[in-house]
Design a protein around this ligand. Structure first.
Ligand SMILES: [Zn+2]
Length: 395
């Protein structure tokens, strides 16, 4: 049983803790770094566009180089065996991560079916396997956390598959503002869906089923004795947009997330841009364009992070992608701004046709960007699908 306590609201300030902004029924990115820049005449070559349309329907196998090997035993044994491990993080491809922390199992942005599209015959598709057959093979999922409602992050098929499993009937959802109704529409009980604004902090304690929540003394005693089963889920800003159809653009919020325990801090950056650029921007002019200030704010308020998941791409064509996605250079800047000790690349290698990029390129570009900033590949790495990262407890 979970006890969820919303912590006092933070004082908002554009320079240090910027509030979300909704104009009419649409949210906006309140920073110059999101301003759309000029397109060049050839921003999407005709040949690339033809390939894009063709492969979006025929779904060929792609990116066989990316290994898939999910260690189900290590995931299922985690809570019993790893008393010295503060956190275990497993990449499941694209933006999907399984986080195990302080007895909690948390799934981020689970797009774990085939198509990221409103129709199942065309659109971006998952070209690498997720590495397990059924949710019966995984531990019970305590929380599913969503960054926003795009099809490659919020997947109806996967959400239904999770809730079909008897052990996941009590799974709780954390999502950005105005997305609750989507989950309730799927039949998920309203009290299991928690809508959050940027900078909301929720403290969650796992307490025994036998505790009578209405008895204040009993509840307080349980909260004190369960303090090693406590985490804080914090919602933070990112630079993106939302839409599931032609008619609902930006009507629900987008967000990143921070998860903290007494031992460790994890940052999931979500789907985000960093710096909007025109097509064909020369390298030496990039710094003339403004960058998104929220990552420094997140680092100052919640950092430093023991581990962070940061997206790399897709980025072509730049005038369309740079306001909402990150180049490898941007990803490295986010790693620095948010004060991450170790980052893992996400949003690459798994989903074909989100842009016109080659989805195998992200690690190569990341290594180049790290070299330019004199940062070791050990500090910001790519992983295979199923690779587990563990953070030891500090003594
Ligand atoms: Zn998105």
């Amino acid at each position: 049983m979970y006890h969820i306590k919303k912590l006092p609201e933070r004082q908002k300030d554009p320079e240090t803790c910027c509030a979300s902004v909704k104009i009419g029924n649409k949210y906006i990115n309140p920073w110059p770094s999101a301003t759309r820049r000029e397109a060049s005449k050839n921003s999407i070559p005709v040949g690339k566009l033809f390939d894009f349309l063709k492969t979006s329907i025929t779904t060929p196998d792609r990116n066989q180089k990316l290994k898939v090997d999910v260690d189900l035993k290590a995931i299922n044994d985690f809570h019993e065996d790893d008393k010295n491990v503060a956190l275990q993080l497993t990449w499941l491809g694209h933006a999907a991560f399984l986080l195990q922390i302080n007895t909690f199992t948390i799934l981020f942005d689970p797009f774990l079916s085939k198509r990221a599209s409103p129709i199942n015959v065309a659109g971006p598709y998952r070209c690498r396997d997720r590495g397990f057959k059924s949710f019966s093979e995984l531990p019970p999922i305590d929380f599913v956390i969503l960054s926003h409602n795009h099809y490659d992050h919020l997947d109806k098929w996967t959400i239904q598959e999770i809730f079909k499993e008897e052990k996941n009937k009590k799974t709780n959802i954390f999502c950005p503002l105005d997305l609750k109704k989507w989950f309730v529409g799927l039949g998920i009980p309203e009290d299991q869906v928690h809508e959050c604004d940027w900078w909301d902090d929720n403290e969650i304690t796992r307490i025994p089923e036998s505790v009578d929540m209405s008895n204040e003394t009993q509840l307080n005693e349980a909260l004190i004795s369960s303090s090693n089963r406590k985490i804080t889920i914090c919602t933070v800003p990112c630079q993106h947009f939302s839409a599931r159809s032609l008619f609902d653009r930006d009507q629900t919020l987008w967000a990143g997330w921070v998860i903290k325990s007494q031992d460790v801090k994890y940052y999931f950056a979500g789907d985000t841009g960093y710096r909007s650029l025109p097509d064909e921007c020369p390298e030496e002019e990039i710094d003339n364009y403004p960058y998104c200030p929220v990552f420094k704010q997140i680092g100052n308020i919640h950092g430093p992070f023991d581990i962070a998941s940061i997206p790399v791409g897709p980025i072509i064509p730049p005038h369309m992608m740079s306001p909402v996605h990150t180049t490898a250079r941007d990803a490295v800047d986010i790693h620095i701004d948010c004060k991450s000790k170790h980052s893992v690349a996400m949003h690459w290698g798994t989903v074909e046709n989100l842009g016109t990029d080659d989805i195998e390129m992200a690690p190569i570009m990341l290594h180049e960007a790290l070299k330019k900033k004199n940062i070791s590949q050990d500090d910001f790495s790519e992983v295979y699908i199923g690779q587990i990262i563990k953070i030891e407890k500090k003594n």
